[in-house]
Design a protein around this ligand. Structure first.
Ligand code: 5GP
Length: 202
């Protein structure tokens, strides 16, 4: 399981699309949210758009792996899809904010946590404005949120700087590949090796 977080406007969405189109071992989890649909978004593609009440029912019924409130709206990861894709052997990407990421870290210590940032806050502000989909008020709220979020970056495994998209996609893929060889992710194989060694007769 790969968690990708980052300041709103860091370019996570674009990065994810590229990672999924360039490499085929990934599956992207589609989250559930109670926020308003933006122009160009499609229900079931960017998010499953639901009412606050429907979201609260999903929480009560234990259908979410994690959930959080962000800028006045609920966001959460539906459990079923993630479990299915993991069983199929896919690397499942969760593009979620920090509170949710910390819940995943607790439940799945082997998950890889990446934090995406633009090279500077000035660049972040520029990208948020250039997106043209948010009001000044919403942009302000998202930058205020960034101030709180930055304190969680220490809890992530890697910081990914999204300056040049092509390079960033390659760097991210490199991190993901390298991390799969980390000793802590090889426990099953190490156990097998130990068992085989203990059975050797000579
Ligand atoms: P946006 O409204 O811009 O699509 O997303 C706002 C924030 O919610 C982003 O930081 C995004 O990563 C986060 N987010 C999206 N889906 C989920 C989710 O399922 N769980 C959590 N905790 N955060 C999410």
């Amino acid at each position: 399981m790969i968690v990708i977080s980052g300041f709103s406007g860091a370019g996570k969405g674009t990065l994810m699309k590229r990672l999924l189109s360039d490499y085929d071992e990934f599956a992207l989890s589609v989250s559930m949210t109670s926020r308003q649909m933006r122009e160009g978004e499609v229900d079931g593609r960017e998010y499953f758009f639901v009412s606050k009440e429907e979201f609260e029912t999903a929480i009560k019924e234990g259908k979410l792996l994690e959930h959080a409130e962000y800028c006045g709206n609920y966001y959460g990861t539906p459990k079923e899809y993630v479990e299915k894709k993991l069983k199929e052997g896919k690397n499942v990407i969760l593009e979620i904010e920090v509170q949710g990421a910390m819940q995943i870290r607790k439940k799945f210590p082997e998950a890889l946590l990446l934090y995406v940032t633009p090279p500077s806050i000035a660049e972040l502000e520029r990208r948020l404005k250039a997106r043209g989909t948010e009001t000044d008020e919403v942009i302000k709220r998202r930058l205020t949120q960034a101030r709180t979020e930055v304190d969680y970056v220490d809890d992530y495994d890697y910081l990914v700087i999204n300056d040049n998209l092509d390079e960033c996609v390659k760097e991210m893929y490199g991190i993901i590949c390298a991390s799969s060889f980390e000793i802590k992710r090889q426990n099953a194989l190490i156990k097998d090796l130990q068992e085989e060694l203990s059975k050797l007769k000579f």
